[in-house]
Design a protein around this ligand. Structure first.
Ligand code: URA
Length: 211
């Protein structure tokens, strides 16, 4: 696999929290809290090259030009419904970002992505987009989301997930080689039902306590 455009966040805090989330005994509450914390850590890495601007401020001693994030140009796009967990964590560290939502569900028979909702901020052509979805499995949802976003011609698109597998990385990279992937781990494989192995199960169900 060509992992040129894939960034695995191999940091002890990230790996530790991910392992706690994988454990089937983790409660809904812990799972949600850990996802939130992981998303904050991932935000740190994925926003490394974020544009900044200078503003004049006054310290208790004198005026200065201080660097602040140009957060208004950034859009987090959450793929519903599981993207919500990552979105919350990212927003807590970049509160000035705008937010878009794409509703996609996975047809259980064909595993293809079906769109049911699409709402983005204005002026997408001026914005850098970070698409978030905890699991990059078949890649179908991610590919469909990026395709749809490209119609709006944003300045850049990055994809952030918690977990992926070789099949998902390959599919997204083949369809959109220009979109970097940020993930906490690349697991072994996809099973016949489109689940990642060893994975963590259904991220949405574990986050929301549904079945
Ligand atoms: N979506 C999930 O929630 N889990 C998987 O393993 C694959 C897709």
């Amino acid at each position: 696999m060509d992992n040129k455009n894939v960034h695995v966040l191999d940091h002890p805090l990230v790996q530790h929290k991910l392992s706690l989330m994988r454990n089937k005994e983790a409660s809904t509450n812990s799972f949600r809290r850990l996802l939130n914390e992981l998303a904050m850590l991932m935000a740190y890495e994925v926003t490394r090259d974020m544009p900044m601007q200078e503003v004049e401020i006054e310290t208790p001693l004198e005026k200065m030009q201080a660097r602040v994030i140009d957060g208004k140009k950034l859009v987090f796009v959450s793929i519903l419904r599981a993207g919500t967990g990552i979105l919350d964590g990212m927003l807590s560290v970049v509160p000035g970002a705008r937010v878009g939502h794409i509703g996609l569900y996975r047809d259980p028979k064909t595993l293809t992505a079906v769109e049911y909702y699409f709402k983005m901020p204005q002026d997408m052509h001026e914005r850098d987009v970070i698409v978030v979805d905890p699991m990059l499995a078949t890649g179908n949802s991610a590919i469909a989301a990026v395709e749809r976003l490209k119609e709006l011609n944003p300045k850049s698109i990055k994809f952030v997930c918690l977990l992926t597998c070789p099949e998902g990385v390959r599919a997204l990279q083949q369809a959109h080689p220009d979109v970097p992937i940020f993930t906490a781990a690349i697991d072994r494989q996809l099973n016949d039902h489109g689940y990642i192995l060893p994975g963590l199960g259904d991220a949405g169900d574990r986050m929301f306590g549904t079945k």
